[in-house]
Ligand binder design. Sequence first.
Ligand code: ATP
Ligand code: MG
Length: 459
Amino acid sequence: MGSVNVRPFLSYIFVVVLVFAGMAVIIIPLLGFTERIIGISSLLGGLIVFMVLIMNIFEKYIKPIQSAARVADELVRGNYKARTYVSYFGEAGKLSNSINVLARSLQQITLQEKMQENQMSTVIDNMESGLMLIDEKGYVHMVNRKFLSIFGAEEKDYVGFLYYEVLIQEKIHKAVQEAFLYEDKVKVSFSIPTGLERKSVEAVGAPLFNEKKELKGAVLVFHDITELKRLEEMRKDFVANVSHELKTPITSIKGFAETLLEGAMDDTELRRQFLEIILTESGRLQALVHDLLELSKLEKDELRLEYGNYDVTLLVNDLLPVVRQQAEKKEIEVSVNLPDELVAVIDGERMKQVFINLLNNAVNYTQEHGKVVLTVSSDSNLLKIIVTDTGIGIPEEAQSRIFERFYRVDRARSRNTGGTGLGLAIVKHIIEAHKGSIYLESKVNEGTTFTIKVPLKPE
Ligand SMILES: Nc1ncnc2c1ncn2[C@@H]1O[C@H](COP(=O)(O)OP(=O)(O)OP(=O)(O)O)[C@@H](O)[C@H]1O
Ligand SMILES: [Mg+2]
């Protein structure tokens, strides 16, 4: 390093000058005049030689050793950037050189360590699971970002505290204690309140050991399984719903068939009536199975739409007669606003289903003499479909649920219309597969408007 301590150098010179001056004071008075000149010159010569010698020793040994010692000090303090810059010959030079090499490798090692540490903390922070590190005394040493997103609060609210002070869940306490006690992994699940809902969390506690196999703490890994739980619930609901929906028509078919066999078939009028019921109910069964198959097909092939160029106007004109026929029974007026031609790259068959489902709903849930309007337009790169009716409307609390499978606002009324509650679920699937969106506005007893936007062609 730069500055060199010159104090020893000056003190050596001072001592030498003092010695020579003393010698001069003692020797000169004893000499004659001519000898004095010789004496003084020899003393001066000797002084100069000594000075040069001292300077040499200082330059070659003292200075480099001082510098090396200072750098060594810096290294001890952790400053691995320190170097002894001066180059010297001889053994001292070798020393400075070795010190520099040492400093350089230390710097490299710490740099690598830092990089590894950085990588490690990046990985830990970006993990999809929450992480908490506890030492053998139970103090929290580390929590990662996901942990904070599950449990809330900030890092400083956890680190440095005892785990049971900062985590109130008894199940976690038990998991940590068991991990410590049995020195084995423990899995628990619990739920934590977040706002209005609850989060389901699964925690795995595992003990940590050092190289000597001594227990050094525990690591807790947390998985947010709310979504998984929800899917499981949905699956259970779905199975329950399907069974329930199938049960009704089957019970009724079986009941009427039995009554027929028990003698009712001898009565022509009853026979006709019961057979008609059986026919209607088996129609319902058929529709239900058809829709279920359709849904499961959609879920499987979601990404495999059969895109093609379709003129939407033509497509709508194809299906209008069927809708109008149905509407006529209730004297509902169905009007359409269609452009002359509107070509879009869509899955035509599936889009047809969307139109049919929405128009059927509009007709089914509108009283006699009501109105249904279908408007199709395009807006820059979007195909826009609006279906409006003047029907019974959908209460606000039901609006977010009508796209769920089997959800019906008024079960009894919908069943009368032959509805299975799957129509809008299918519609939503198809629209989402087309990367489009669907939303609705509705007022009870005033009417409902469904708006759909779908890209005119896929990306
Ligand atoms: N235009 C509308 N006006 C009022 N209510 C509606 C309308 N469209 C849908 N609904 C409500 O949303 C529910 C779900 O509709 P969805 O089409 O999914 O089933 P569905 O009509 O009962 O049976 P289907 O599967 O045969 O269509 C309906 O039962 C009805 O209560
Ligand atoms: Mg429907």
